[in-house]
Design a protein around this ligand. Structure first.
Ligand code: FES
Ligand code: FES
Length: 161
């Protein structure tokens, strides 16, 4: 029996009838067509499916869509504003933080959660925050540099304002 859910995704309200067994990642990818959220493992191990649920980095491959009822969700597609890349997206571009790019949306969403709570993280903070996100291309060094780039850019913008 289908259940109606109401969610806000990237600022847009949606209401759909979904099967109780539908995973949130499949709701985002197959129903809303937001395919920037990737699936690498289906077991909460790799972090490719990381999004924000009510502001918190969440692996949505092991969360049911019905569990998201009433939630505010942000996916990688919702991170840029007014056509401007988020500093993390810019950082990954500038610092060569991606190779195949499969892990990148999840890495960025996890790092965005980190920077919200720890705007000036140490290298250890960054590595600790990203320990649940795997990069099969093993580009961790440049991923850390990309997050450091974003942290610097955000703190400089805060000084200007
Ligand atoms: Fe969700 Fe790997 S697909 S953690
Ligand atoms: Fe290929 Fe990370 S860039 S998996």
């Amino acid at each position: 029996m289908s259940t109606r859910i109401h969610v806000t995704v990237n600022g847009v309200e949606y209401s759909h009838f979904v099967e109780p067994r539908l995973l949130l990642v499949n709701y985002l990818r197959d129903v809303l067509r937001l395919t920037g959220t990737h699936v690498g493992c289906d077991t909460s191990s790799c972090g490719a499916c990381t999004i924000h649920v009510n502001g918190k980095a969440t692996k949505c491959c092991t969360m049911l869509a019905v569990q998201a009822d009433g939630c505010q969700i942000t996916t990688i597609e919702g991170l840029s504003h007014n056509g401007e890349l988020h500093p993390l997206q810019e950082g990954f571009n500038e610092c060569h933080g991606l190779q195949c790019g499969f892990c990148t949306p999840g890495m960025i969403m996890t790092a965005a959660d980190l920077l919200q709570h720890t705007p000036q993280p140490t290298e250890q903070d960054i590595r600790h925050a990203l320990e649940g996100n795997f990069c099969r291309c093993t580009g961790y060094h440049n991923i850390v540099k990309s997050v450091q780039y974003a942290a610097k850019k955000i703190s400089e913008a805060a000084v200007v304002h």
